[in-house]
Design a protein around this ligand. Structure first.
Ligand code: KG4
Ligand code: ZN
Length: 333
């Protein structure tokens, strides 16, 4: 079954053609980062307009690259939430138009379920129960999946999503946008033990908080400069990253232990982070836990993960009606 996957929930226009939830025939992403850079964050109206301009040309390219015509497509999968309402609507409207015109089934996909299924694309079907740690520009979430398509949220961020905190700290340090990847690169040259930033261990077991850490970074750099010293930014980056990642890994392993699962699944843009991947891998191995991590290029938003999740949803008989709308705050589960 050949599925066209469409993802426009934030600032990437992404389209993919995937066969049977596994074979990626095309996976194209048009990043809008250059449009949002000068604002230091994603501007919703700018994102919607760019999706509108990019979508049709990208569809032509995806079909050409996959050696597919619209006649070869068997179903349309699209992100229906959560995300920016105007941005989501562009993808959903395109998906509905295609499904209606071609007489094909439509399947709406939860963006975070897509991030989980990036693992299935890369590694094949993953049997629940598992714990998923989902961490992106909009979310930091620990989820228990006791059985297929069932999700119980164990904890989430009380303030900034991790990607958002990476981007804000990167911006403060004068790095580009989105800052996560830049900060990751800078941190490789720094000492993670140079500065002991606070580890945000919140009272509620699996919740996360990063606003205190963010403030601590700003305060440290400002204080150093006040003393006439320019801090080594690579050390600041490495120490900040270590404080974020340590808590994430501790909580994810604790969640696996407490729910009694032997499998952890990672998903979301921040999973591209080198240090998170390395520490999670070491600690999971020590604990005898199977860890699934998508390759870095499937961690950030893409259409293939949406097509893959859509394939598994369609396979069990799910369909989405043509009057579906955008759900900016769609809950997982
Ligand atoms: O999943 P994603 O592409 O979009 C959302 O659903 O939000 O995640 C984007 C986020 C951005 O905040 C970006 O800075 C962060 O993922 N990110 C990283 C890295 N690569 C992307 N954060 C830390 N280290 C990275 N290597
Ligand atoms: Zn995402």
């Amino acid at each position: 079954m050949r599925i066209l996957g469409i993802e426009t929930s934030c600032d990437e226009t992404a389209l993919a053609v995937v066969d049977d939830g596994r074979a990626v025939l095309a996976n194209l992403i048009s990043s809008q980062a250059h449009l949002h850079e000068r604002f230091g964050g994603v501007v919703p109206e700018v994102a919607s307009r760019a999706h509108l301009e990019n979508l049709n040309p990208l569809l032509d390219l995806a079909l050409r690259e996959s050696g597919t015509t619209l006649k070869d497509i068997d179903a349309i999968a699209v992100t229906v939430g959560p995300g920016l309402v105007g941005a989501l609507l562009v993808g959903i409207t395109a998906a509905k138009a295609l499904a209606f015109a071609l007489g094909l089934p439509l399947i709406g996909v939860h963006h975070l379920e897509g991030h989980i299924y990036a693992n299935v694309l890369a590694h094949g079907a993953i049997e629940p129960p598992f714990v998923a740690f989902l961490v992106s520009g909009g979310h930091t979430m620990l989820v228990h999946a006791p059985e297929p398509f069932r999700y119980r949220i164990l904890g989430q961020t009380l303030d900034d999503a991790a990607g958002e905190a990476f981007d804000k700290v990167a911006r403060f340090l004068g790095l580009g946008f989105p800052g996560g990847p830049e900060l990751d690169r800078l941190a490789m040259m720094g000492d993670p033990d140079a500065i002991r930033f606070p580890r945000a261990v919140t009272q509620r077991g699996y919740d996360f908080s990063l606003s205190g850490l963010k403030t601590a970074v700003v305060r440290h750099v400002t204080a150093e400069r006040g003393r006439g010293r320019e801090p080594a930014l690579e050390d600041v980056a490495a120490s900040f990253q270590e404080a974020v990642v340590e808590v994430q890994v501790d909580k994810t392993l604790a969640a696996a232990r407490d729910t009694g699962v032997a499998t952890i699944v990672l998903g979301g843009g921040v999973v591209a982070n080198t240090r998170l991947r390395a520490l999670m891998s070491t600690r999971a191995e020590q604990a005898g836990i199977r860890l699934f991590t998508p390759p870095p290029e499937l961690c950030t938003d893409n259409g293939a993960m949406i097509a893959c999740a859509g394939f598994y949803r369609l396979s069990r008989g799910d369909r989405t009606a043509l009057d579906v709308g955008a759900s900016p705050g769609l809950p997982l589960g």
